[in-house]
Design a binder for this molecule. Sequence first.
Ligand SMILES: Nc1nc2c(c(=O)[nH]1)N[C@@H](CN(C=O)c1ccc(C(=O)N[C@@H](CCC(=O)O)C(=O)O)cc1)CN2
Ligand SMILES: NCC(=O)N[C@@H]1O[C@H](COP(=O)([O-])[O-])[C@@H](O)[C@H]1O
Length: 201
Amino acid sequence: MTAKLVVLVSGSGSNLQALIDACADPAYGAEIAAVGADREGTFGIERAEKAGIPTFVHRVKDYPTRDAWDEALTAEVASHDPELVVSAGFLKLCGPRFLAAFPGRYVNTHNSLLPAFPGMNGPGEALAAGVKLAGATLFICDSGVDTGPIVAQCAVPVEDDDTVETLTERIKEAERAQLVASVGRMVRDGWKVEDRRVRLG
Ligand SMILES: Nc1nc2c(c(=O)[nH]1)N[C@@H](CN(C=O)c1ccc(C(=O)N[C@@H](CCC(=O)O)C(=O)O)cc1)CN2
Ligand SMILES: NCC(=O)N[C@@H]1O[C@H](COP(=O)([O-])[O-])[C@@H](O)[C@H]1O
């Protein structure tokens, strides 16, 4: 059976593109049922449209409350009946309704080695902290901010002459490969979460 994914983005969508490319191989075991964003004009949505994938946009400011936005986003994503929801550069924290709708089935890729440097500026905080290893983390989202159980991590070196931009790009290279490999294993082999430990297969 081919697993359905819904991917959520807010920006350039290079992680999304990696998943689009991977899904072109039937052996990968997944298809992207829809791509959603929290804002208009993202290149990620453009990438999905170019690939013929249904898209949607739900902006927080279009709703009377944050909870109303969360309810609308939950209904939209659920309408595509995904086995797995993947956020990749999606810059909104999903609320309790969303998490309850996709328990253990909502993952996010983040550009730091969590629990270090959660939030919106992982590479910048890693650089400022002077760490020698940075990287990316794929995790199952919970009600916290980047606090959920970890599916996979990958490390990259921080070079002496790195800028935020050069480090961000180096992390992204490794992050995309990790995302494709990990999502593929999840959809083909399944996963279990026991006491914050995620076991694939
Ligand atoms: N329930 C959860 N939802 C999401 C998580 C999570 O861990 N739990 N991770 C994020 C992705 N993320 C980091 O990887 C992240 C995204 C956004 C924020 C944040 O503070 N967002 C603000 C608005 C920021 C903006 O619009 O510019 C907000 O949501 O109000 C922190 C971490 C995906 N969802
Ligand atoms: N914590 C949120 C966050 O900063 N996420 C980061 O946004 C980038 C999206 O890149 P992309 O749009 O090219 O896939 C990714 O590197 C992801 O780790």
